[in-house]
Design a binder for this molecule. Structure first.
Ligand code: ADP
Ligand code: MG
Ligand code: MG
Length: 253
């Protein structure tokens, strides 16, 4: 059972116009078994939050803390964060030339667990997870992200999620670019991942659509680098009906 705690986080990035503060005091606690949806307009800093948790070097934490079960996440390297049980779906968005999906997954699993998975069970696990995601077996021999369609990228992310089995997962815009069938398959994978009730899940999204398939326990509205409202699933319905305008006005954005 794990808790990811973010406290009064301020984050800046270097832009062409100079250093810009993107996160302006973000506080959020995700306990084991909880799914939190972060919803906000484009450019509000949602991905910045995800990348900062994952340890992307472009993002400088100027104040605040992130801890996983009391351990200082900000002091950890990207690899250490993964070993500690954090997973960011957009962690590997780039092509990995010459590395097959199969080898990539096995290397990642070995790095995270500190030992190679037993070959026979591993092969079975990979096949089972791919079947469940309606992925053709030949997909395992393709190079990571090389020529992947939007749907294939998201399926690959969900495959990683299920096989790497982190404690806390952060899914950034997992719904973007998915047709309804792909959205269902991916959502079912995410729901399998969290079904044990001991996972923390942070779902970042602009639209409410995915929340119909992956029901959140908490919804947080994120505008201009901070949370402006928090509630239950009904808040997502309200956003769907009213849009972000009321919240933009409230944030003075
Ligand atoms: P969202 O995911 O909510 O759309 P982002 O976190 O992607 O928002 O971006 C928030 C703001 O920070 C935007 O104004 C964006 O241009 C800026 N920003 C984010 N990352 C970078 C970066 N690496 N370099 C420069 N500006 C960035
Ligand atoms: Mg953006
Ligand atoms: Mg984003």
């Amino acid at each position: 059972m794990s808790t990811l705690a973010i406290k009064d986080l301020h984050v800046s990035v270097e832009t062409a116009e100079g250093v810009k503060e993107i996160l302006k005091g973000v506080t959020l606690t995700i306990n084991a078994g909880e799914t939190h949806a972060v919803m906000g307009p484009n450019g509000s800093g949602k991905s910045t939050l995800a990348y900062t948790i994952a340890g992307h070097p472009k993002y400088t934490v100027t104040s605040g803390t992130i801890t996983l079960d009391g351990e200082d996440v900000l002091a950890m390297s990207v690899d250490e964060r993964a070993r500690a049980g954090l997973f960011l779906a957009m962690q590997y968005p780039v092509e990995v030339p010459g590395v097959s999906v199969s080898n990539f997954l096995r290397t990642a699993k070995t790095a995270i667990d500190g030992e190679a998975p037993k070959l026979r069970t591993w092969v079975k696990d990979v096949k089972g997870a791919m079947d469940a995601l309606s992925m053709d077996p030949s997909f395992a021999e393709r190079n990571v992200n090389e020529g992947f369609s939007g749907g294939e990228k998201k399926r690959h992310e969900t495959l990683q999620l299920e096989l790497l089995n982190p404690k806390v997962a952060i899914l950034d815009e997992t719904d973007s670019g998915l047709d309804i069938d792909a959205l269902k398959v991916v959502s079912e994978g995410v729901n399998r991942f969290r079904s044990g009730g001991d996972k923390g899940l942070l779902l970042i999204t602009h639209y409410t659509r995915i929340l119909r398939y992956i029901a959140p326990d908490f919804v947080h509205v994120f505008v201009d680098g901070r949370f402006v409202e928090e509630g239950g699933p009904e808040l997502a319905e309200q956003l769907e009906a009213e849009g972000y305008e009321r919240f933009l006005a409230k944030a003075g954005a």
